[in-house]
Write a protein that binds this ligand. Sequence first.
Ligand SMILES: Nc1ncnc2c1ncn2[C@@H]1O[C@H](COP(=O)(O)OP(=O)(O)OP(=O)(O)O)[C@@H](O)[C@H]1O
Ligand SMILES: [Mg+2]
Length: 332
Amino acid sequence: MNNLNHISIEKVNAFYGDNQVLKDVTVGFPRKQITAIIGPSGCGKSTLLKCFNRLIDLTEGASVSGKIIVDGMDVLSGNIDVTDVRRKMGLLPQKPNPLPMSIYDNIAYGPKLHGKPDKKELDEIVEKYLKIAGLWDEVKDRLKSSANKLSIGQQQRLCLARGLAVEPEIILCDEPTSALDPVSSQHIEQQLLKLKKDYTIVIVTHNIHQAMRLADYVVHLYLGELVEHGAANEVFENPKEERTRAYINGTFLTELKIDSEINLKGNVCPFNFVYAKQALHALEKGKILKLIVDDPLAVTEVPRGMEADGHEVLSVKQINKTDWEIVIQKER
Ligand SMILES: Nc1ncnc2c1ncn2[C@@H]1O[C@H](COP(=O)(O)OP(=O)(O)OP(=O)(O)O)[C@@H](O)[C@H]1O
Ligand SMILES: [Mg+2]
């Protein structure tokens, strides 16, 4: 197997009772690259991540066979230290789950458990990882306040910092932005792109746009089988397998042919929202509207409002220092 791979899995089979949910999966995850695992609901994406860090052991009736080699060590072998394995691989969950303690203690908890560094060292660790997770500037003046008071997006960056503070080599993310608003998602995506300089990242995502923005490699699973694996640009632009093409086209919707575009720069909320609503009203169902806004509030509030109205927000991205582009599909 390719030794550029940080994780190499070979003929992995997983069962819940008699139900086989991973079937002879053989694939590699390159070092210091982002690999996205895509595939429809129930195809085994989360199960595969749980095999990597042996979280699957906690599910009664689950069994796994095959090999999962990380740095030459087989994670599935009986004589492995599971704590060691989990320390090597940090998991960023779908919904942030801060510990019920202060921001500072959330980060300091793991390092204290593992090595009991002194106060000065802990201060440095807390600052370092909050900076890496892109949260330091927002929380440096309230490190002693409760982590639960942070916004959901901030909590997710806190969880990222907490996971990094125990110095893993691999970051596993199971739909890490699905509970976040578009701006917080973009924050997390930006951090992941920076982190791949030092870490191997595996991300499970339902969002093809997100996979396209982040992934260097893609693994497509379908009903527990590996359908296709390859460099992201090849898989997305020219998939070898018809099932991959169908999945990508079905999820990616149209090739984002914009039917109408309005420039709302200079407007503030709630006018942005009202104008966007009027523009969507004038469109037929399924058509796509692009908005350009420069009011920071509009970047979160317009997508939220549009989704509440039943439309689908296809993308939100910053296009220059002040302007954002929001693409919305009118409810089908
Ligand atoms: N604890 C469990 N006990 C029994 N069956 C399970 C358990 N967890 C998952 N499954 C089943 O295993 C299959 C794979 O589930 P898994 O959660 O890995 O899918 P997934 O690709 O992550 O799906 P989703 O995109 O919905 O998160 C599904 O059929 C699911 O119902
Ligand atoms: Mg899942």
